[in-house]
Design a protein around this ligand. Sequence first.
Ligand code: NI
Length: 156
Amino acid sequence: MALRKIRINDDPILRKKSRPVEEFDDRLFTLLDDMRETLAKSDGIGLAAVQVGVLRRVVVIDLGDGVKELINPSIVESSGEQRESEGCLSLPKKYGITLRPKNVTVRAQNRNGVWCLYKGTDLAARCFCHEIDHLDGKLYTDVLAPGEKVYIASDE
Ligand code: NI
C-alpha cells in the first residue's frame, strides 16, 4: 500500500468527470488499498479517486463503522433536506453550509463487482452525496445553501 497525494484547491482535475470502472482487477485493488490508507492518514471521512488524480468512479468512505468501498456509485433514492456544515480534503481549512437530502440510498459495486445498496441519514447522506458529486467534477461549494458562502476555518 502507498499514500497518494491529495489534489487540492484549483487543481483542474477536480473539475473533471470520472469514467466508470469496467475491470475489477489488481489495478483497482491497489487503487482501493492506497485510497483506504490515504483516507486513514487524513482527518476526512471520504475520498474519491479523482482527489488522488485517478479519473475513475471509485469512492472510499469511513464513518467509523468500517470502510466502505463504492465503485460506480449512484444515488437511487433520496428524501428530506438538511442544511449542515461540510468540508473537503481537497479544500483544506475551509467549510460551508450545504443543502443536501436528509436520507439517501446508494447503489454501488464492491471490489468483486457485486452490486450492493447502502442507506445513509444525516452525516452519512451528506458524505455519500459529497463523494458521488466528486465523480462528476462537483465540489460542495457548488451546492451551498442559499445565502451561504465558503468560510475559512480558524486554526484554533
Ligand atoms: Ni471532498
